[in-house]
Design a protein around this ligand. Structure first.
Ligand SMILES: Nc1nc2c(ncn2[C@@H]2O[C@H](COP(=O)(O)OP(=O)(O)OP(=O)(O)O)[C@@H](O)[C@H]2O)c(=O)[nH]1
Ligand SMILES: [Mg+2]
Length: 292
């Protein structure tokens, strides 16, 4: 198992061990149902996977194809774009937006790209401060304004600055909560419109941050954001601290959205590109004994 898989599935493995103390070559349908549910794969999805299996000796390769099928729509293709590549980061408060922005920025910087951040969460002073701290730590420029100022103006200025200084990447933070859901919806739509004004075709990627510890309850939230502004990809955070690793399948199956990365810690380097094969095989290694 690779590092990120190990980290993101460690707690899930513990949960699975409570219903399947030992790895085996094959399982009955009932045994496997317990395992899948314990890993927090949603009931309906687990049932769909299992009822289609016409055997009571379910092996690794049979389950593997079902798990991979659930992740079928998770790969991402970058759209054609003119520099800078603009990303808008959205999600409910506490999901991990600001932390993930620092991780993305650090990653791009390490790839030799020039990155600029936009502190578009103008709702809370602490949010601006948090992103500013990261920008100092990572030595990456930031455009910000005072609390309560127009967040779309921040987005516009960030993109404008990026264009004039020939930056490669723009990452814009947004508020997770406003006074009402309608306010939030209107604000996000406006930011998105202003991005397009500042740099036609942008934002090139609107990324929804999902808190992995919420498991399946994050799905309704994600659907709401998708209807609000249209999501191009998701990043699932906090997989290091959750036994709900299996919820990735339910999230992917319900949303049919690309999974870009997973977050496995609070540090800038704790962000890993999501590889469905690596993830599925990591989970199967927990469940099945190797065939000799
Ligand atoms: N263990 C762990 N903690 C994380 C991860 N990502 C974020 N966090 C923590 O989650 C908390 C919330 O993260 P933020 O980045 O502030 O979340 P946010 O979505 O920007 O929140 P608001 O600005 O309030 O909307 C912080 O304490 C982060 O350190 C992760 O992958 N693993
Ligand atoms: Mg934040």
């Amino acid at each position: 198992m690779f590092g990120f898989i190990k980290k993101s599935l460690a707690r899930t493995a513990e949960a699975i061990r409570t219903v399947a103390p030992k790895r085996k070559i094959s399982f009955t349908r009932d045994e496997l149902e317990d395992i899948l549910l314990e890993a927090d794969i949603e009931y309906d999805l687990a049932e769909t996977m299992l009822t289609e299996m016409d055997t009571n000796k379910i092996t690794r390769s049979i389950l593997r194809s079902k798990l991979l099928f659930a992740l079928d729509k998770t790969s991402y293709e970058e759209p054609k774009f003119t520099k800078p590549f603009v990303e808008l980061i959205v999600g409910v408060n506490g999901a991990g937006k600001t932390t993930t922005i620092s991780k993305l920025a650090s990653r791009y910087k390490n790839e030799g790209k020039r990155v600029i951040l936009g502190a578009g969460d103008t709702f809370r002073a602490a949010a601006i401060e948090q992103l500013t701290q990261w920008s100092k730590k990572l030595d990456i420029p930031i455009v910000s304004s005072k609390q309560g100022h127009d967040s779309s103006a921040v987005a516009f200025d960030t993109i404008d600055s990026a264009k004039s200084k020939d930056f490669d990447n723009v990452i814009i933070d947004t508020a997770g909560r406003l006074h009402t859901q309608t306010n939030l919806s209107n604000e996000l739509k406006k930011i998105s419109r202003i991005c397009d004004k500042a740099h036609p075709g942008s934002p090139h990627r609107t990324v929804l941050i999902i808190d992995g510890t919420q498991g399946n309850s994050a799905i309704a939230q994600a659907k709401a954001f998708n209807e609000m502004i249209g999501i191009d990809g998701i990043i699932i955070t906090k997989l290091d601290g959750t036994a709900k690793g299996g919820s990735i399948f339910s999230i992917a199956d319900a949303l049919k959205l690309p999974i870009l990365y997973v977050g496995t810690g609070e540090q800038p380097e704790n962000l890993t590109p999501f590889d469905k094969y690596e993830f599925v095989d990591g989970l199967l290694d927990i469940i099945f004994e190797e065939e000799k």
